[in-house]
Design a protein around this ligand. Sequence first.
Ligand code: NCD
Length: 323
Amino acid sequence: MPKQDIISISDFSKDELEAILEASFKMEEEVNAKGSLDLLRGKILASLFFEPSTRTRFSFEAAMFKLGGQVVSATGVNFSSMAKGETLEDTIKTIERYADVIVIRHPELGSAKIAAGAAKIPVVNAGDGPGDHPTQAFLDFYTIKKEKKTIEGLKIAMVGDLKYGRTMHSTIQLLSLYNDVKFYLVSPEELKTPSKYLENVADYEETEDLKSVLPEVDVLYMTRIQKERFAEEADYLRLKDSFILNKSLLANAKNDMIIMHPLPRVNEIATDVDEDRRAKYFDQVENGLYVRMALLAFVLGKIDIRKLSLRANGERGNLLNNG
Ligand code: NCD
């Protein structure tokens, strides 16, 4: 069996995505019923974050502990011998001698793929610069499925920095596998979605006018303008307040719309929105735990995708491969 990495959403079939979704729901049930599981006892996760992170790192590490595994972790560019000039490949070839799976966040586009190429153990992309963030897409998928029950037929507004926002790139690719999904891509002209992420998107409209699309949408996905990706600070300062969601703007939105954000927010959602029952961004944070439990179990061979698709077809069985 080839090792299973998670580098980009495009590496997955729709059946695989749905199987992992099913396993994530199962993880939530198990955590609620038992607190933790024993599925990854004896396994070690190496958590390598060369860029800032709160949710992604904590949720991966907590997920590993919840599954009975352990974590070796390091953060920041100065933590490792990379600061002495070691290549990413050599760092990975070293760390894999101590671990069973690597989760990596790195500022360079394509870095996770390079790491996966160097490693004999599974590598999970936790964000490669302005590229992809596939595990965020899984948790966004989970959140929408939980809240709206179906993806088909939804009208989804993606708002903010669509050029550099990697969560958008991965989430658009995932959701566009479903029929009849309409995307409103709301961004300043300079921060439009790179065309490579739209190749398979059947129905989208690009606009700068959030107010006029708001009454149409079922899912409103806000994002931060990605300050750290700008070459010129002046450009960031000019664009940073392009879209701000507040209570009064929400007056025009559907009652059953949901508001999402991968977080961290800067000021694109006013805090008076947090108490609105449509606000789901802190629920996304929690969902990330269950999804990352499923993803770690999957790359370490503890989830049987075939059994999961049997279950999706109405047959019940033991989803988790405890052996
Ligand atoms: C995002 C990221 O790092 O890409 N955060 C996250 O992982 N939840 C979004 C961002 O930094 O704006």
